[in-house]
Write a new protein. Structure first.
Length: 87
């Protein structure tokens, strides 16, 4: 029997999409070097900054802790997809 966790249950789809997008950008780093790696790293970093900003905003709006929200988002994403960096 699972218990209701309001932080996990109330994660907006937009946060899930942002986290998935950031994970896809991270996965694209595999095998890159030099300027290509640096360019992709910047894209991944920008995606992560968008995720972090959305997590902070959601935490402020709901009264949850940002770390708790971030952990819940990552847990939801982990359960809905396999790691895109692993083949």
């Amino acid at each position: 029997m699972s218990s209701y966790d309001p932080v996990v249950e109330d994660i907006p789809d937009e946060l899930i999409k942002l986290e998935c997008s950031a994970e896809l950008e991270r996965a694209k780093l595999a095998g890159l070097a030099g300027d290509e790696y640096d360019d992709q790293w910047r894209r991944w970093r920008a995606a992560m900054e968008a995720v972090q900003a959305a997590i902070i905003a959601h935490a402020a709006a709901t009264g949850a802790g940002p770390d708790e929200v971030a952990e819940a988002v990552k847990a939801v994403v982990r359960h809905t997809q396999e790691d895109p960096a692993v083949e």
